[in-house]
Design a protein around this ligand. Structure first.
Ligand code: NOJ
Length: 514
């Protein structure tokens, strides 16, 4: 049985895209010291854990998801010493930090790949997946071909400049495909363990793992990849039992079996996450339907129950900003959901103040349509929204140009702001065990068209009904107990009479049941 990590029980994460959070040296790009400076802000909001997007040396063809040196913080962000100091400061504040591990591919500029491209056999020949002839492309994958003397095509994982590391094939049907226990595949696995060991020894608390389900190829049911992660977990259990792993996988049954503590619901794949926030008629926009999400969630919940957590993010660096599809008070109802569900909530930087998707930007560092969700954090109403002292034209990504762009400073002093609501919701979550990460959930109404989304969160000590009604009609709810206390309400307090409760349109309420 995997060690239970105590701090995960009440972890509320904050995702930081380092480029855009806080620039302390006026070069137009965020840095690690900027993050350290802002830790008290994150703590004050109520978040006690951080997921930091990749900050390692890279040519930045995919914003750092194309690593060129796993052991070195990219100079534009600072030094390894800076990040160690950041870990220490975070720990002093009772916070934890997960780095972003990209084990599936590197940059084509990584020295391993440079060696691997050579015609002469060397230590890195099998570090990546190569066919044995330039004329054969790996079926079902993109490939890098004709760029070196090596006679072969190298499989790529994502963009063309991200060659796939070799963890072997689960089913082998071509002579160049190596098994999971081949020398090359084992060497890659060990190299990745070394990377983990390095950063865990320096004080990070674990990793968010990029494309965690994609490592072993020809592995339709994920059996090979699960076994690979189980082996990595055993290594961690021996040397770093406290190390936390959260996966970008989207299939909690598999990732949790592989040893991950948590898995994300993603904006792609089967989760119906987008039905809630990002589609033509999102549920939290007031006109949508949450029922398919609920059905899928329950399936996943049953698979993960008691073994691991499902994380529902407010957004991330790959999705449109929440505020692109949901606005006004409805965002508060969406946050009432995000902060009352089981599993660890993840807040994408700036979502707590309703930062907007910046339209019509030219792609920056492989961002393409994602660039608009990666603009600088808006701290105040000074130059560059307080993000940087650089000349505005030298910023990594331009700041939201709208005059009424939200900022932290003004929202902090406004009790009715989104920031204040999010802060209040986190505090309520943290003071009620039933609402915390491992409390149970039972759905009462599934948010089918026009219906509210209603669920019961419970633990031994308490039961809390959460009713979310973003639609335009009041709703009557039958309760199976006495409503003893309204612990949260937004958009109007409910009316109670004779075991019934009227939930106002456009409202969110948490009610304690005795
Ligand atoms: C998922 C990351 O979140 C995304 O930003 C990146 O482009 C791909 N994986 C490739 O690493």
């Amino acid at each position: 049985m995997r060690k239970r990590i105590q701090w995960l029980e009440d972890a509320v994460f904050y995702e930081i895209y380092p480029q855009s959070f806080k620039d302390t040296d006026a070069d137009g790009i965020g840095n690690i010291n900027g993050i350290t400076e802002k830790l008290p802000y994150i703590k004050e909001l109520g978040c006690n854990a951080i997921w930091l997007n990749p900050c390692f040396d890279s040519p930045f063809g995919d914003a750092g998801y194309d690593v060129a040196d796993y052991y070195k913080v990219a100079p534009r962000y600072g030094t390894n010493e800076d990040i160690v100091r950041m870990f220490m400061e975070a720990h002093k504040l009772g916070m934890h930090v997960l780095l972003d591990l990209v084990p599936g591919h590197t940059s084509w500029r990584h020295p391993w790949f440079v060696e691997s491209m050579k015609a002469q056999k060397n230590e890195f020949t099998d570090r990546y997946i190569w066919t044995d002839s330039i004329w054969e492309s790996p079926e079902g994958y993109g490939s890098l071909r004709g760029i070196s003397d090596r006679d072969g095509s190298c499989l790529v994982n994502f963009f063309t400049h991200q060659p796939a590391l070799n963890y072997g094939f689960y089913k082998i049907d071509r002579p160049w495909q190596q098994s999971m226990d081949s020398e090359g595949a084992i060497a890659t696995r060990n190299a990745m363990k070394d990377v983990m060991r390095f950063w865990l020894s320096k004080g990070c608390d674990g990793f968010r793992v990029d494309m965690a389900g994609s490592l072993v190829k020809n592995d339709e049911d994920g059996k090979g990849t699960i076994a690979l992660w189980q082996d990595i977990r055993s290594f961690l259990d021996e040397s770093f039992p406290e190390a936390v792993l959260v996966s970008e996988w989207g299939e909690p049954d598999k990732s949790i079996e592989g040893g991950f503590h948590m898995d994300f619901l993603l904006h792609f794949g089967p989760s119906h996450y987008n039905d809630l926030f990002r589609c033509e008629k999102p549920f939290f926009g007031g006109e949508g339907d949450a029922s398919e999400f609920v059905e899928k969630y329950l399936e996943n919940y049953a698979k993960a129950a008691g073994r691991g957590l499902i994380c529902i993010p407010s957004g991330n660096h790959d999705m449109d900003r929440l505020a692109r599809t949901i606005n006004g008070d409805k965002v508060k109802i969406a946050f009432a959901f995000l902060l009352s569900m089981p599993g660890a909530p993840f807040i994408y930087y700036g979502d707590e103040i309703g930062m907007r998707y910046v339209e019509n930007l030219t792609s920056v560092e492989g961002g393409y349509g994602r660039t608009g969700s990666r603009s600088p954090m808006q701290w105040d109403d000074s130059l560059n929204a307080g993000f940087s002292d650089a000349d505005g034209k030298n910023l990594y990504i331009p700041v939201d140009p709208k005059a009424d762009r939200p900022n932290v400073k003004s929202q902090k002093t406004d009790d009715t702001s989104l920031y204040s609501e999010v802060k209040k919701l986190i505090a309520i979550r943290q003071s009620h065990k039933a609402l915390k990460n491992s409390g149970e959930i039972k759905f009462i109404r599934n948010g089918a068209e026009g219906e509210p989304l209603v669920y019961m969160r419970s633990c031994e000590e308490e039961r809390i009904i959460v009713a979310l009604n973003p639609a335009g009609k009041d709703q009557v709810l039958q309760t199976d107990g006495e409503c003893s206390e309204v612990i949260y309400s937004f958009g109007g307090t409910p009316d109670f009479s004779a075991g019934k409760c009227r939930i106002k349109r456009g409202s969110a309420v948490f009610i304690k049941i005795s």
